[in-house]
Design a protein around this ligand. Structure first.
Ligand code: ATP
Length: 324
């Protein structure tokens, strides 16, 4: 199938995430861990542009470009190929990624790239897939990819890919303490298996107190119930995280946890000014290689701009979520 190539460029933005709660069940026979997690999309972004091309190509720039594979294993390229195969597109795409989410940091940057590529290629090739169809392709690429499409705050069950949007109020101010040396998610899960032995639940449940705190828009209540079952495993692999967490608590964070599989530490602040105080404390103590402030929840992957032949610039169409 060929497509109307009048669309010359599409620019898409997709967010990173933090897990407010990550309850991990015992390893199931299918090789996956059942999860009950609460994702929140935060304002660290991947910006991806897609242009027509005969081949599938990717270039990467931005603060976290280092360490991102640009070969076939890159999740953005895998997403583009998956969509092309699904709809029968024979051309390729040239992708350029500006990477604003840390690599292997537990913030699902690769998943955001995959979601961005699905949406960008959907717009470039005018495939107009439904939200459900895109989410299905997203789930084939990785457990966190459907959430990067959806954004905001959502409960994830199954492998984290079965999503229910959560009702939340207010804006939450986060400080992220980054480590240059990432943690490989499979290694963290293997360590979790060893540490949890037979104590991991078969069917983990979402935390009702946490959902109540989000509904009330109460950051202090949220901070008190942040939970990550992978934290002990991440700390075993990167013991320096104990000190990072302690410094965040000492700086008055409402709560501090390892984000996802780590090693990023996420500290919840009372507001924007307090976030700067915590960031300064973490920086001064030398317990992070870089410190970033962000807010959540924010929207999922969305088209920012579509450029058509003749140089017409159009505001981007609504994301599939807003379209629904
Ligand atoms: P998660 O929180 O979903 O476990 P993460 O944030 O810890 O993920 P990512 O940055 O998403 O980790 O990616 C982890 C690994 O995946 C990288 O070390 C890299 O080898 C590979 N990878 C493939 N595609 C990408 C991509 N587009 N961006 C970053 N890493 C990618």
């Amino acid at each position: 199938m060929t497509y109307d190539a009048s669309t010359r460029q599409v620019r898409v933005r997709a967010p990173g995430k933090v897990n407010l709660s990550l309850a991990v069940g015992a390893l199931a026979p299918d090789g996956y861990h059942p999860l009950a997690t609460v994702f929140q999309a935060v304002s660290l972004y991947e910006d991806l542009t897609a242009r027509p091309s005969d081949t599938f190509e990717l270039t990467v720039a931005g603060p976290f470009a280092e360490g991102v594979p640009t070969d076939e294993t890159n999740l953005a390229l895998r997403a583009a190929r998956l969509l092309a195969g699904h709809v029968g597109i024979e051309e390729g795409v040239r992708l350029h990624l500006n990477k604003g989410v840390p690599v292997a940091g537990g913030m699902a940057g690769g998943s955001a790239d995959a979601a961005a590529a699905l949406l960008a290629c959907d717009a470039l090739w005018q495939t107009a897939l439904s939200r459900e169809a895109l989410a299905e392709l997203a789930a084939q690429l990785g457990s966190d990819v459907p959430f990067a499409l959806l954004g905001h705050t959502a409960i994830g069950t199954g492998r984290g890919h079965l999503l229910t949007p959560a009702m939340t109020r207010g804006e939450y101010h986060w400080v992220f303490a980054l480590r240059a040396k990432g943690l490989a998610t499979p290694a963290v899960y293997r360590t979790f298996d060893r540490l949890s032995g037979s104590t991991a639940e078969a069917e983990p449940q979402a935390d009702l107190e946490l959902m109540q705190a989000l509904r009330a828009g109460d950051p202090a209540a949220l901070g008190a119930v942040l939970r990550n079952d992978l934290e002990p495993a991440a700390i075993e692999l990167a013991p320096e995280l104990t000190e990072t967490l302690a410094v965040a608590h000492d700086a008055g964070a409402l709560g501090a946890i390892v984000s996802g599989s780590g090693p990023t530490v996420a500290a919840l602040a009372r507001g924007a000014k307090h976030a700067l105080v915590i960031a300064a404390g973490l920086t001064a103590a030398g317990v992070a290689d870089e410190v970033l402030c962000a807010v959540g929840p924010v929207a999922g992957a969305r088209v920012l701009q579509t450029v058509r032949l003749g140089g017409d610039f159009e505001p981007g169409p609504l994301s599939p979520v807003d379209r629904a």
